[in-house]
Each structure stands twice: as C-alpha cells, then as structure tokens.
Design a protein around this ligand. Structure first.
Ligand code: GAR
Length: 211
C-alpha cells in the first residue's frame, strides 16, 4: 500500500529518541546532531524507567527528558496514551526507538504512523524479540547484524530501512557480539536518520524509500 511520502522540513528534523538502558545509540545521534549539516536534532529523550545512563547522557547534552513507567498506570493502554502525549508534545518528525525495551500500543502507532523507527541487533526477520543476540548465538549462526525498521503492530516485523551484517566469532559470547553489533548499529542509525531527515522518506508496502 502506498502512503503519502514524508517530506523533509525546511528546518532540522525534530527527533525524539526512546531509551531503556546505556544509550550508546542515543549518544551517537546526539554527537551527529551537533553538526548543523546533519539535518536533525534530538529535541527530547523518553524512557520507560529512571536511573539509566541514557537519561544522564541526554541531560549532559541539555536535551529534555521524560519518563513514563508502565507500572505507574492502571493498565497498559493508559501508559500507551501517556507515552504518546508526552512524545507528541515535542512535535517530532521522527521517533527513534534506540534500545527502548517496550512494545508500544495502537494509540502510539497511529499517532506516529511511518514515523516511528526501531533499531534491532539482529538481521530480521531472524531473531525478533527481547534477546536477539543470545538467540542468534544459541542458534549457531555465523553471521548476524542489525536492522533499522519502521515499527508496525507486530514485534520487529515492520518494513526494513537498512541492515548491516556482522560476523560471529567462534569465541563470541552475548556481550562481545552485542558490542561489535552496536558499533555497526550506531553508524547505520546515524547514517539513515540523517538521510531521512534531509531527504524525507516513503513507505510503500514492505519497502522504505529515501529519495
Ligand atoms: C541496541 O543494540 C539496540 O538495538 C537494542 O538495545 C541496544 C541498545 O544499546 N535494542 C533492542 O534489543 C530492542 N529489541 P544502547 O543502550 O547502548 O544504545
């Protein structure tokens, strides 16, 4: 199905980044966005928990932060609405899930249709879900990698924007493989968020086109 193309704004694209942990992907975006030619700036960082390094990194960069914890709401749908409202208040052109370990609901997906993207540390459709690096190692694959995709209602099933391969070493454990994947993932994310910000994009069926 062809949906309207998302055109670049005449100002730097407003990007909200969602995080749950260390925030090395966020840090790469913040660093890239210090260059005015990059075409995007991080206008807020949202999280599902307090006390994570990613929030410290955002504060260091003077970027506003917000936290919406699932447990603080009577039901998941109320959390989804609250996360949607908080995110929307920063008027993002693009919302990036960069190590955000929550599945958002339909209200969020509808509000940010085609504008919500996720970086995943495996070559989708292999190894979706919460433990992709562990699952890839357990399967015994010799090549894994990372995928940047538009988020849809499934778990890691949305249209692919970019993928990069990373070889699995015989001595790799989950931590060592994940670190090597993340090094490649940061570059992939920075490259494609910048391209989307500068050129716009469209989602046509399973294809994401960046002019
Ligand atoms: C990244 O590898 C990201 O793809 C992954 O968490 C890591 C975050 O690293 N996300 C998922 O697994 C989501 N399913 P960081 O906190 O250092 O940016």
């Amino acid at each position: 199905m062809r949906r309207p193309a998302i055109r670049p704004a005449s100002r730097p694209a407003r990007v909200v980044v969602l995080v749950s942990g260390t925030g090395s992907l966020l840090a790469a975006l913040l660093d890239a966005a210090t260059d005015p030619a990059y075409g995007a700036r991080v206008v807020a960082v949202g999280a599902d928990r307090h006390g994570i390094a990613a929030l410290d990194r955002a504060r260091q960069a003077d970027v506003p932060t917000y936290v919406r914890k699932v447990r603080d709401f009577p039901e998941r749908a109320a959390w989804d609405r609250a996360l949607t409202e908080a995110t929307a208040s920063y008027e993002p052109d693009l919302v990036v899930s960069a190590g955000f370990m929550k599945i958002v609901g339909q209200v969020f997906l509808d509000r940010f249709a085609d504008r919500y993207i996720n970086s995943h540390p495996a070559l989708l459709p292999s190894f979706p879900g919460a433990h992709p690096v562990r699952d890839a190692l357990a399967y015994g694959v010799q090549v894994s990698g990372c995928t940047l995709h538009v988020v849809d209602a499934g778990v890691d099933t949305g249209p692919v924007i970019a993928q990069r391969a990373v070889e699995v070493g015989a001595d790799d454990d989950e931590a060592s493989l994940h670190e090597r994947i993340k090094a490649v993932e940061r570059a992939m994310l920075v490259t494609h968020v910048g391209r989307m910000a500068r050129a716009g994009w469209s989602v046509e069926g399973r294809r994401v086109r960046i002019p």
